[in-house]
Design a protein. Structure first.
Length: 382
């Protein structure tokens, strides 16, 4: 009989510290609902968003005033993906490798499986955030930190977007793509000089845990956003501050969800994230709270290409994780268990199947995501 799955745990956990892992800043920064219950692909799941009623005047009374009814505004999202990695071991391989080497081999395979599945979740979360962000700061296709621009403006401006949206308190995170993080290490001397930073954390370890109110994370899975083909669009009509429906005319090509646009002579000089795009002249939508300044008809609309860095409040994004559904009668697995990856905090299900002259271990996870507060998300261009 093959070893039980539980017997693999000591070997597996022993290798976690040595095994090279990717950076998973998004998973670490969002709210995670990781119940050990099962769900089906496409199943709708509720995320409770607590609400309170409006404040009232306090007036003396002989009786206790009746409270307002409990206000509940649950949001629903979908378990969008069901992913698995399968690891097969044949009798020939087991005999040729030997028991000791087989334990190390399986250890590495399991950790690779955790890494591959988590990478898919990481990229998925980044994509969801990009499509639902409020505004952006930075220069298109330009790394923010260079030898000639080594200052803290980038952090301050992203914080400013959240502050103007009244979302700058609480647990703030800034997830950097690899190129931006590399440039920060290379050029931001005030972060690694102990006499300026106040400690030698970055000099010794290569990272800082907090900068300008943000928890700093990195990710290797930040997707480059390719802008639409739109060109020569201008505003069709005047647009008041606060507008989220932006009407454009005369141009051609697409403006896509996730594109970052700016409007000539708009007083705030802000960059806005498109949440609903267009294929031709018409009405696109930008993220709340909309335009910060009034914009005049006929003004040019520019579209910016970028690789994002993401600044957000932890309350902005939720990740739901479940175990994939199986028949109530069970399936052909001879053993099954759940295991928590301590590096990401995600819980995976492991099921073992006895097949013809081989054993197959399946590492699986089900997940979906929800945007709880779009105004608490900002994009840093790079």
């Amino acid at each position: 009989m093959p070893d039980s799955l539980a017997s693999l745990f000591p070997t597996l956990y022993a290798g976690i510290a040595e095994f090279p892992r990717r950076q998973f800043g998004m998973i670490r920064a969002v709210q995670v609902d990781g119940r050990l219950s099962r769900a089906a692909k496409g199943q709708s799941v509720v995320w409770d968003v607590p609400q309170i009623s409006a404040a009232v005047d306090v007036e003396p009374s002989a009786t206790l005033p009746a409270p307002d009814a409990d206000v509940a505004k649950p949001l629903s999202y979908t378990m969008a993906y069901r992913k698995a990695v399968r690891i097969a071991v044949t009798g020939e391989a087991s005999e040729a490798i030997g028991d000791a080497n087989m334990a190390i081999r399986r250890q590495n395979q399991y950790l690779q499986a955790f890494d591959a599945l988590a990478a898919g979740i990481e990229g998925y979360l980044a994509g969801i955030a990009i499509l639902n962000a409020s505004r952006a700061f930075g220069t298109a296709d330009t790394i923010p930190f260079t030898a000639s621009s080594a200052n803290l403006e980038y952090f301050a401006k992203l914080w400013g977007i959240l502050a103007r949206n009244e979302r700058s308190n609480g647990e703030l995170s800034l997830v950097l793509n690899t190129a931006t993080a590399e440039a920060m290490r290379a050029y931001m001397a005030m972060l690694w000089k102990a006499n300026e930073a106040g400690d030698d954390e970055m000099m010794k370890n290569g990272y800082r845990t907090r900068i300008q109110g943000f928890n700093i994370y990195e990710t290797n899975q930040m997707p480059k956003h390719t802008k639409g083909t739109g060109a020569a669009y201008v505003l069709d009509g005047d647009h008041a501050a606060g507008a989220t429906d932006i009407v454009v005319k005369t141009g051609t090509g697409t403006i896509l969800a996730g594109d970052v646009i700016s409007i000539a002579d708009e007083p705030s000089g802000s960059k806005y994230v498109v949440t609903e795009g267009i294929a031709a002249a018409g009405t696109l939508k930008i993220g709340a709270p909309g335009l910060l300044g009034a914009a005049v008809t006929g003004k040019a609309v520019s579209i910016h290409q970028y690789t994002p860095n993401l600044a957000f409040n932890q309350s902005a994004l939720g990740l739901g994780v479940r175990l994939p559904e199986i028949p109530k009668e069970g399936d052909a697995a001879i053993d099954a268990t759940s295991i928590r990856d301590p590096y990401t905090g995600l819980v995976f299900e492991v099921r073992r199947y006895a097949e013809y002259r081989q054993i197959v271990d399946e590492i699986a996870i089900m997940y979906g995501a929800i945007v709880l507060d779009p105004e608490a998300i900002a994009i840093g261009l790079s």
